[in-house]
Design a protein around this ligand. Structure first.
Ligand code: SER
Length: 320
């Protein structure tokens, strides 16, 4: 295998923080070039400040480091995106076009583009939503991801650029905080429990959504990116499933450890977004093409989240 030198955009975000470390373990610290507008103070490795809306800036980094792969994680998520619809569209699309173009021009071997369950709208089968569902997203974020998936396929079909993609469910991890999504409650709730505070949930207690534990999400990403090219039959974006639960079920699980923990429910505009999303995902194609299988259920996820957040707060690794 030729030496891979990997550029990550959005490396200080929820997924980027963890993915950068995993890629460093796999490909060597100096071969991972982490970039973001914000510096992640806990990151150890090669970091460059990068505004991905600036084509020249991204091209300069690709040339400087002789980049061979790009993981393009920078984006504005579902809930934050609704506050500024047009600029969210501009940013999400402009950054993607820059990544696709720089990859085409400089013959990048593989590109990863994260899509989301936000591509689905309320005309789909909400239980076990199939891969081939009609996409009528309800948020600008979802529209940009649905368009982005198709642009990835276009660059593959037209230029042979090897773009691969996953439709992530809500990602839950202790290592980093989510940044403005509709599924953020499922991370925030753990922080409140461990700090012995009450939690006011912005979704109703019975709002079932697809979720995935961070380790599973990272493993799915690496398994997809390492799968032989001829196994990739979905060139838009793969459905992947982790688990599904609602806030009430998560509250119950946390209360097994934190008996005094209290959750109140006060749904806001994010409830409308959640109502338009699937409750569970059919990931048949990912299972078939590259043998995807999640490992974490609600009990194992709760256990590992609480344990690691307790450690972090006890060792003052997070500000209370
Ligand atoms: N977690 C994301 C969000 O809520 C879904 O892609 O926006």
């Amino acid at each position: 295998m030729d030496k891979e030198i990997i550029l990550i955009t959005g490396s200080s975000g929820q997924l980027g923080t963890v993915l950068a470390e995993k890629l460093q373990e796999k490909y060597g610290v100096k071969n991972i070039i982490a970039t973001d507008l914000r510096v992640n103070p806990t990151f150890n490795g090669v970091f460059e400040t990068l505004d991905v809306t600036d084509f020249d800036a991204i091209e300069a980094i690709v040339l400087k480091y002789k980049i061979t792969q790009i993981y393009h994680l920078a984006a504005i998520l579902s809930a934050n995106g609704e506050k500024h619809p047009l600029s969210t569209w501009d940013l999400n699309m402009k950054t993607l076009f820059n990544v696709l173009e720089v990859s085409r021009i400089h013959k990048i071997s593989k590109v990863f583009f994260p899509s989301s369950i936000a591509v689905f709208g309320n005309n789909v089968e909400r239980l076990n939503t199939p891969q081939s569902s009609n996409l009528t997203p309800s948020t600008v974020y979802g529209i940009s991801k649905a368009a982005g998936e198709n642009w990835g396929k276009y660059y593959f079909d037209k230029y042979g650029l090897d773009v691969r993609s996953l439709r992530y469910p809500g990602v839950i991890g202790y290592q980093s905080l989510p940044g403005g999504g509709t599924t953020d409650y499922a991370v925030d709730i753990f922080h409140k429990a461990v700090k012995n505070e009450n939690y006011e949930c912005f979704l109703n207690a019975d709002t079932t959504l697809p979720m995935i534990y961070m380790d599973d999400a990272i493993r799915a990403t690496l398994e997809l990116m390492e799968a032989p090219k001829d196994k990739i039959t979905v060139r838009t974006s793969y459905n992947i499933s982790g688990l599904s639960f609602n806030p009430n079920q998560l509250e119950t699980c946390i209360k097994e450890n934190y008996t005094d923990f209290k959750v109140t429910y006060s749904p806001d505009f994010r409830q409308g977004i959640a109502n338009s999303w699937p409750m569970s995902i059919d990931d048949l194609e990912a299972r078939k093409d590259w043998q995807w299988k999640p490992k974490f259920d609600i009990k194992s996820l709760t256990k590992v989240m609480l344990k690691n957040l307790e450690l972090k707060y006890n060792n003052n690794l997070i500000n209370s």
